[in-house]
Design a protein around this ligand. Sequence first.
Ligand code: ADP
Length: 372
Amino acid sequence: MDKYEQLAIVGEGSYGLVMKCRHRETDQIVAIKKFLETEEDATIRKMALREIRMLKRLKHENLVAMIEVFRHKKRFYLVFEYLEGTVLDELDKMPGGLGEERCRERIFQVTRGIGYCHSNHIIHRDVKPENVLVSSLGVVKLCDFGFARLISSTGEACTEYVATRWYRAPELLVGEPNYGPPIDVWSIGCLFAEMMTGDPLFPGESDIDQFHLIVKLLGKPCLRHQQLLSHNTQFKGVIKFPNTDEMLGFYKHFASWPTITIDFLDSCMKMDPNHRLTSDELLKHSFFTHDMFPQRFLPALREKVNIELNNPLLRKYKTEILMSTDKRDETRRKPSRESKWRFSLTEGILPLFKRRKPVDMSPTYNPDTQAN
Ligand code: ADP
């Protein structure tokens, strides 16, 4: 810890403390996450090792870069590049919402970062305003991979975890054991609506209240979730589903928004996770593409990223981060191996988004039992 001078505390999570520090030798500012309990605590050990493992694998310009990891007095310390603010700070400064163009720039980068995680078979599981870091130049980077996990290919049940309720997808609320990347897409939708209006979309006060707020706006859950609900002792008989004509839906709720913007939100927040667009599909949504936004925005973003990565502590990761980002963008732009149209004998030709295949799964790997 002697290498760094502690300047301030910038965040306190459930498991750690994030400090703004100065690297004495280079004078650079970093963020150091100190885990509160020692590595003798099994939960902390698991969380820290999981986050370290994820961050070592993930290199992208929209994910926070880890500079180094060390242990001091049996505690884990993770050293990150420092970013000046978060979307939560922006919302505090702009309580009426960030304005559509800024929301588009922020959510495009969040979706890009999440798309990269998903392509590496990782679900973030805790996308929310305070985990979206924003640099002074407007570069967005996701942080907090403490809850992230690898996507299971074996259909094994995902472990229960406590992520922030307001951004939690309906499948998590009903106790679906086999959730996947669409939970992050749901959170992207919640985040987007909050950035647009300044208010959280579903500020539930309990899990039941959370689910109630969702169905009040979006209607009945899908059949699978209705089944799970009927076995859920906590929810059974408590939630009433609105009739279709009573239900508001995003088009009525956000009637003043441009249709394209509502459609983007709607595509993130389908009740049935299989009907939500994937993060890669979201990046191709006309909300982004109708006016050539990516073509203008991406080169400008790259200039900013280049400036920020010139930091002497980050320079050694620069090539890796930029190359990995470009490789991902190239793969994303190539037409997918899956043809856009699939044919069904009973239903004729249907657009792919109506009947999506189950998500691509990674090789068997259990982050809870395997350590590096
Ligand atoms: P925890 O897992 O303990 O919740 P996080 O990684 O979510 O810790 O960080 C907690 C808070 O610290 C974040 O919400 C953010 O405000 C701040 N923070 C985290 N990483 C950075 C960073 N690299 N630069 C600046 N602030 C950060």
